[in-house]
Design a protein around this ligand. Structure first.
Ligand code: TXA
Ligand code: MG
Length: 312
């Protein structure tokens, strides 16, 4: 990516177009957040229902105050500690944020990504960038530029390649609409890390067709191949792939195995997760078995994604 390429992508955003760009979590599908027509193109390209609001990305925490009504002190502490980084915060929105961005909600999610290419794109575009993950609705999030190009092809000519995403799993989403902060989506900053700064988090009720965070549908991240989250052995006479944190005890039972981290490191596993699901999904398996993860640290976010991937 040359400076000129980056400039021309910023120009595409300024003119109301769409650009896929890397962040440290996953690739995003970005448009000028203050241009409703441009944002409409994201929903159309992604096949995303209009009730599912987008995250607004800023290059500098100082841009926050123009987009939201009020930032309570605990949220300021989180910003101080984790921005730029994989944390999105929900506040009451300012009037300048178009309704289409927030799916008609009175609140808006804001994130200051850490990836240098994302930040430079936002700076040069001269406006905040609204961006969902750069995948078709309900499918696995992309962690490389190739994943994005595989799904959209010619329909999305502007893809900034920043290599694989360092975190590999989406941002944590925390709402500050109530007195007590609510964890709407576990993600790249762990609940434990957030609670160290703001105290106990309320957990959003999971699943359902209209959950507290509208994008947190029970079924999401779905590979085309059925995925089962289980400690069971594979059923006989079937072609089964395995997705597992560490080395598998009986590897011969499986046609293919994705070990997400030989040393069982949750951070490394999160980094590898989505690409591994895509690889298994490309093998024409009868189904995929994912072994449950320990529910601590980034294991919460991984299990959240696996449960949704397994939901029927
Ligand atoms: O890491 C990430 O967050 C990536 C990168 C591209 O930044 N983006 C991402 O966007 O994952 P998306 O659209 O796939 O997920 C956004 C999530 C959804 O669960 C949505 O419901 C929630 O954020 N969200 C956005 N605005 C909200 C709001 N005002 N209130 C509650 N939830 C909101
Ligand atoms: Mg997404």
């Amino acid at each position: 990516m040359t400076e000129q390429d980056l400039d021309s992508c910023a120009e595409v955003i300024r003119l109301g177009g769409i650009v896929a760009f890397p962040t440290e979590t996953v690739y995003g599908l970005g448009a000028n957040a203050l241009n409703a027509d441009a944002v409409a193109k994201i929903f159309e390209l992604k096949g995303r229902p209009r009730f599912d609001p987008l995250i607004v990305h800023i290059a500098d925490p100082a841009q926050l105050s123009s987009l939201v009504m009020h930032v309570p002190p605990p949220a300021r502490d989180l910003i101080e500690r984790f921005w730029p980084g994989p944390l999105s915060l929900v506040f009451k929105k300012a009037d300048c944020v178009p309704d289409i961005v927030t799916a008609g909600l009175a609140s808006v999610a804001i994130r200051c990504p850490a990836h240098p290419l994302a930040r430079r794109l936002i700076e040069r575009a001269g406006s905040p960038i609204a961006a969902p993950s750069a995948n078709l609705f309900c499918t696995v999030s992309p962690t490389t530029a190739q994943h994005v190009m595989d799904q959209f092809g010619d329909r999305l000519p502007h893809v900034i390649d920043g290599g694989p995403c360092a975190v590999g799993i989406e941002s944590s989403v925390v709402s500050f609409l109530d007195e007590q902060p609510v964890l709407l989506r576990p993600g790249g900053v762990t609940a434990e890390e957030i609670e160290e700064v703001v105290g106990p988090l309320k957990l959003a009720s999971a699943g359902g067709s209209r959950p507290a965070s509208p994008g947190q549908l029970a079924r999401h991240y779905s590979p085309a191949t059925p995925l089962e989250l289980t400690f069971d052995p594979p059923r006989p006479h079937s072609k089964v792939g395995l997705l597992t944190l560490g080395p598998a005890p009986k590897p011969n039972e499986f046609v293919a195995i994705e070990v997400l981290s030989e040393r069982e490191c949750l951070r490394e596993a999160a980094y590898n997760l989505f690409a591994a699901i895509r690889r298994l999904d490309a093998l024409g398996l009868d189904y995929i078995i994912a072994r449950p993860f320990p529910e601590e640290g980034l294991g919460h976010a991984v299990m959240d994604r696996l449960r949704r991937a397994a939901a029927k």
